[in-house]
Design a protein around this ligand. Structure first.
Ligand SMILES: NC(=O)c1ccc[n+]([C@@H]2O[C@H](COP(=O)([O-])OP(=O)(O)OC[C@H]3O[C@@H](n4cnc5c(N)ncnc54)[C@H](O)[C@@H]3O)[C@@H](O)[C@H]2O)c1
Ligand SMILES: O=C(O)C[C@H](O)C(=O)O
Length: 313
């Protein structure tokens, strides 16, 4: 019997729960929100698709009732405010730090063994906050950003290549921010061949730029931030945990010396399985990529420093 809780039944949380149910990733999916009746309503709506779509997962909604989340194997935290056009993710820290900290504490009371997947923004800092405030082993806290950013990278590459996105491989590491993401173009491939065989430097630079502001572009179009790919990316990480798939997923994890960094949570390739972060994969970065990674880590640290100023850690 596997159980996943999604906290925050807004755009991202409900989409994540829907994908988890549709793909029968877990036997039970619980959605929890502070808004009276919203989780219950969305859960009922999803359950009314079960016969149409043919899934057997049970979806349960609740209003702030953490007892219903008890003994979850994985808990996904999406609670908090999204940005509006023109804002950065970092500007959300003032409101979201308090929400994420209290949610994470409540979750731990009922599911002490759960693996926690943090989605709320600014995600790298919210992951660091969860790690520091919960005192859990570092393998149990995973920030989701790299799965989404890599998916966007592959999308933009496929558009430039004029090919099927499923034939493209690529990874984005670093922070989940408009200026901190590092799409690793040097390692990106189309059918196993370096994309530089097919695209000019200018085209690749354009893809990198579009990827980095992928979230901001959608926020401009939608008036709030995106949810289909973010929700699906959250479910993709959860599936690798629940089914012990041990996929290599660029994820925000605690570093202790890897990539020359310590006391930080930031995006690097990691093997994600039943124990959460099973292994951090160290890839050989060149001088330019190393410099970008150091700059990205410095920016993430600067946002983490705000947590102390707020007395959140
Ligand atoms: N890491 C990523 O890749 C990524 C991707 C997309 C969105 N996000 C972030 O995810 C968060 C949610 O985005 P969204 O579009 O779903 O927003 P949303 O406003 O649609 O949903 C957020 C939900 O959280 C709920 N909530 C607020 N406080 C709560 C609490 N204490 N307990 C439980 N629920 C609470 C709200 O009632 C709301 O329903 C934002 O911070 C956004 O920036 C991150
Ligand atoms: O862009 C945002 O603020 C939401 C999210 O981090 C995203 O990348 O879609």
């Amino acid at each position: 019997m596997s159980k996943v809780t999604v906290v925050g039944a807004g755009n991202v949380g409900a989409t994540c729960a829907n994908v988890l149910a549709f793909n029968e990733v877990a036997d039970e999916v619980v959605m929890l929100d502070v808004k009276e009746g919203v989780s219950e309503g969305k859960a009922m709506d999803m359950m009314q698709t079960a016969q149409l779509l043919g899934f057997d997962t049970t979806v349960v909604g609740c209003t702030n009732d953490y007892a219903k989340t008890a003994n979850s194997d994985v808990v996904v935290i999406t609670s908090g405010i999204p940005r509006k056009p023109g804002m950065t993710r970092e500007e959300l820290i003032g409101v979201n730090a308090g929400i994420v900290k209290s949610v994470a504490g409540n979750i731990l009371k009922y599911s002490p063994d759960a693996i926690i997947v943090v989605i709320s923004n600014p995600m790298d800092t919210m992951t660091y906050l969860s790690l520091k405030s919960l005192g859990l082993p570092k393998n149990k806290i995973i920030g989701m950003g790299g799965a989404l950013d890599s998916s966007r990278f592959k999308y933009f590459l496929s558009q430039a290549l004029g090919c099927n996105a499923n034939e493209v491989e690529g990874m984005v590491i670093g922070g989940h921010g408009d200026t901190t993401m590092i799409p690793l173009a040097r390692f990106a491939t189309y059918k196993g061949l370096p994309v530089s065989n097919f695209l000019s430097k200018e085209q690749i630079d354009e893809v990198v730029k579009s990827t980095m502001v992928g979230g901001a572009t959608l926020t401009g179009l939608l008036g709030t931030s995106a949810w289909y790919a973010p929700g699906a990316a959250g479910a993709y990480v959860v599936e690798s945990i629940i089914k012990n798939q041990k996929k290599m997923i660029p994820s925000c994890v605690a570093l202790e010396g890897e990539y020359g960094q310590s006391d930080i949570c930031i995006g690097v390739p990691a093997i994600i399985g039943r124990n959460g972060v099973e292994k951090i994969v160290e890839i050989e970065l060149n001088a330019e990529e190393k410099e970008l990674f150091e700059k990205s880590a410095a920016a993430v640290r600067k946002t983490n420093d705000v947590l102390a100023e707020m007395n959140a850690i």
